[in-house]
Design a protein. Structure first.
Length: 92
């Protein structure tokens, strides 16, 4: 059996479907009945190894700034509290 998988969801950062696709690819290459696994994206075809290598590299890199740093930046803006209250109360 030959398998072709769309690898668009494997672009970092991995979302739910990206994680599912990543683990699916890892298991598909272990099944003896599967002769070949190929991946496709919008403009090219590739072997299964390249998307898996890209995902492995992305998973081992440290994450960027957290949402807490974003929260502190936004909360330090002038009138941030007033804007939050307006949005919370639906007064727009």
């Amino acid at each position: 059996m030959k398998v072709l998988l769309n690898s668009e969801s494997l672009s970092p950062p991995l979302t739910g479907i990206g994680n599912y696709s990543y683990h699916l690819l890892q298991e598909l290459i272990r099944i003896p009945q599967v002769d070949a696994v190929e991946c496709s994206s919008t403009s090219r075809f590739s072997s299964v190894q390249q998307p898996l290598l890209d995902c492995d590299a992305a998973l081992t890199q440290p994450l960027g700034p957290t949402s807490n740093s974003l929260r502190s930046r936004v909360s330090s803006l002038a009138l941030a509290y007033q804007l939050r209250e307006i949005l919370r109360n639906g007064q727009l």
